[in-house]
Design a protein around this ligand. Structure first.
Ligand code: ATR
Length: 289
């Protein structure tokens, strides 16, 4: 698409940013909808982040995504935040308002829930306990989203138990039901009667150690989700699929979280389609990946 002087511009601030799939996702939607606009990778060194992010309105940007390592700095830099960003202390989507203010949002939890519902595994918020592996930023977004959706028991297990305990005490007030910590060595116990298992750790990702988790205690009806998407089918998902559990891969979370920013910047509600997934996967699996 040739740009005009009226193009709508957004981008992604990260360091590094070259691995990001977001330019491809937004580029697909811009082309699909014939929008006079662009979504640009913006490699910004952390030492320059505060200046760079405040320059977005001056440069005419509609907004930007924010990725590692800037999500906390973005939370501090923006003028207003949405309730989820407030809860998590991180911002992954910035919208420049009509008056040039920076509005910070956190859309990872939204992307997680939308992906889970879109997979149509039969899972509902009232299906039963959810077991979450990990206690990093992704786990915090997932736990907050599950509690907000009304899940009455969320179990968190992490190698470093103190981080799981921190999530439990921080989000305890959000839960109408329970939020419990399961010792990492006793993960299998946390799978008992669970309706959902989510891996938010880096275990199973290409270049990282495998996730070794015997699934014997997990009900066969439980949905198993991995937020790792390199590889798309992790060992966890392969093992779950083999025993008959419904599975959901992690690519959809990335695609769904992107919808909110695109709609705000470019004025069109985009869809996550099989064509989009294929287009993004070509990049993940292709020779240049
Ligand atoms: P993010 O913010 O993307 O979630 P993170 O904060 O680095 O990333 O969290 C990575 C998660 O993977 C953590 O839960 C981490 O466990 P620790 O809190 O104990 O570090 C988990 N993780 C990474 N490598 C691991 C390993 N070898 N064994 C178990 N858990 C691991």
């Amino acid at each position: 698409m040739t740009l005009s002087g009226k193009s709508r511009i957004a981008g992604i601030l990260g360091w590094p940013v070259s691995h990001s799939l977001s330019p491809r996702v937004h580029g697909f939607w811009l082309r699909e909808h014939g929008i006079d606009g662009a979504y640009i990778p913006l490699p910004v060194d952390p030492k320059n982040f505060a200046v760079a992010v405040r320059a977005l309105p001056q440069l005419g940007f509609r907004g930007a995504n924010v990725t590692v390592p800037h999500k906390e700095a973005a939370f501090r830099a923006v003028d207003v935040v949405d309730p989820m960003a407030e809860r998590l202390g991180t911002v992954n989507t910035i919208v420049v308002t009509e008056t040039g203010k920076l509005e910070g949002r956190s859309t990872d939890g939204y992307g997680f829930m939308e992906n889970l519902y879109a997979a149509e595994t039969g899972w509902r918020a009232n299906s039963g306990a959810a077991m979450v592996l990990g206690a990093g930023g992704a786990a915090r977004a997932v736990v907050a989203a599950l509690l907000e959706a009304g899940v009455n028991e969320v179990r968190v297990s992490n190698r470093t138990c103190a981080r799981a305990e921190a999530i439990a005490s921080e989000f305890a007030h959000m839960a109408a039901g329970e939020i419990t910590v399961v010792p990492w060595e006793a993960c299998a116990v946390g799978l008992e009667n669970a309706a959902l298992l989510v891996n938010t750790t880096t275990l199973g990702m290409i270049g990282h150690p495998a996730l070794y988790l015997p699934l014997g205690t997990l009900p066969l009806s439980a949905t198993v989700m991995d937020i790792v998407y390199t590889p798309l089918e992790t060992e966890l998902l392969a093992a779950a699929r083999a025993r008959g559990n419904p599975v959901v891969d992690g690519l959809g979370m990335l695609l769904h979280q992107a919808r909110a920013g695109f709609a705000a910047w470019f004025g069109v509600e985009p869809q996550v389609t099989a064509d989009l997934r294929r287009f993004v996967l070509d990049d993940l699996e292709g020779p240049a990946a």
